[in-house]
Design a binder for this molecule. Structure first.
Ligand code: SF4
Ligand code: SF4
Length: 68
């Protein structure tokens, strides 16, 4: 099963990754803040991740790693 792993402390909350996921499973975690004071991005339903790595490719802060 593919997995997208988000380093929440690197995230600056730009939301770019939420715009490219074909499964629409990347969302901002508005219930918490990281150390920089941003709501971090994350995956809502990892079972739907197809491992395309679009999210990792678009992240300007290299905060996402995708495993297949
Ligand atoms: S790897 Fe693809 S399917 Fe999985 S969370 Fe990232 S953009 Fe979505
Ligand atoms: S693209 Fe990167 S920095 Fe921007 S919200 Fe997503 S994980 Fe955070």
């Amino acid at each position: 099963m593919a997995r997208a792993i988000f380093d929440e402390e690197r995230c600056k909350g730009c939301r770019l990754c939420t715009t490219v996921c074909p499964g629409k499973i990347v969302e901002m975690k508005t219930d918490r803040l990281n150390g920089k004071g941003f709501h971090p991005a994350g995956v809502t339903d990892m079972e739907k991740c197809i491992g395309c790595a679009f999210c990792a490719a678009i992240c300007p802060d290299c905060a996402i790693v995708v495993e297949k």
